[in-house]
Design a protein around this ligand. Structure first.
Ligand SMILES: Nc1ncnc2c1ncn2[C@@H]1O[C@H](COP(=O)(O)OP(=O)(O)OP(=O)(O)O)[C@@H](O)[C@H]1O
Ligand SMILES: [Mg+2]
Length: 259
């Protein structure tokens, strides 16, 4: 049965200021939801709150994954339930190679023992399978394997960091992915790389929230639904045409309508 992520009247404070003022959104596995909205409207706050960033204090509402309250779980447990966040601003992690990071993350999510140098046959088989998955994702990104030997995001260009988030997503295969402006700062080829990885993952197993400012990515990642967030709430929902309307007219007309 398809899983459902339900956000009900979610409210959240950052440093005692109310940012999310009652967000309602239901995402089913298999659906792609785009969220657009002016700068500062709370899109990243929603992403971080869903993932469990400690700075974001939930003051009301619920987030349910198949009925289980995610808000009571730490971020790693949310990840184990299949939630994934591609960051708007990926952090550099010097000293941890991309390959090591991916291996550790996969082992943590799947609850497997990390394979040591003298790993058992089973671990070696798992490692080889993972290596193949990483190589397949690298190919979709048109990256060579030297990237996986570098430290996570260290010295990566803005666009490379975003592609790195997609590499993680391809390998971790989340049930529900939140992509926070993964398209921002990408050249047209990189944008297509990101869309290629996404569209390969797309299907009945993936529910996605794609946060973006631009219509452009929605040509390559076609959303089933488009939502507009203004001042901590989703104030309009529709299809592709809503994104086109926003592109043409900006947000003032929506802001005027919602007061
Ligand atoms: N640590 C913080 N301290 C104070 N205010 C914060 C903090 N983090 C976020 N905010 C405020 O919360 C509001 C929402 O920010 P958020 O990053 O969620 O917006 P956004 O919709 O993602 O914007 P953008 O499109 O620019 O990425 C902004 O006014 C921001 O300044
Ligand atoms: Mg943001």
């Amino acid at each position: 049965m398809a899983s459902t992520l339900e956000i009900r009247d979610l409210r959240c404070n950052v440093e005692d200021k109310e940012i999310l003022k009652g967000v309602n959104l239901t995402v089913r596995q298999g659906e792609v939801h785009a969220i657009m909205g002016p700068n500062g409207s709370g899109k990243s706050t929603l992403a971080y709150t869903l993932m469990g960033h400690p700075r974001y204090e939930v003051t009301g509402g619920e987030v349910l994954l198949d009925g289980e309250n995610l808000l009571e779980l730490p971020p790693d447990e949310r990840a184990k339930r299949g939630l994934f966040l591609a960051f708007q601003y990926p952090q550099e992690v010097p000293g941890v190679s991309v390959a090591n990071f991916l291996r550790t993350a996969v082992n943590a999510l799947r609850g497997e023992e990390p394979a040591g140098p003298a790993g058992s046959g089973k671990n070696l088989a798992a490692l080889t399978a993972l290596q193949k998955e990483i190589e397949a994702a690298l190919e979709q990104l048109r990256w060579d394997s030297s990237f996986t030997r570098r430290y996570l995001n260290e010295g990566f260009s803005g666009g490379e960091k975003k592609k790195g988030e997609m590499l993680q997503m391809a390998v971790l295969k989340p049930k529900f992915a939140i992509m926070d402006e993964t398209d921002s700062g990408l050249d047209i080829d990189a944008l297509k790389d990101v869309a290629r990885v996404f569209n390969n993952l797309r299907g009945p197993e993936l529910g996605a929230i794609v946060i973006t400012h631009y219509q452009r990515i929605l040509k390559y990642i076609e959303p089933d639904f488009v939502h507009i967030m203004v001042d901590g709430r989703i104030v309009r929902s529709g299809g592709r045409e809503l994104a086109e309307e926003v592109e043409a007219k900006g947000y003032d007309w929506i802001k005027a309508q919602v007061g």
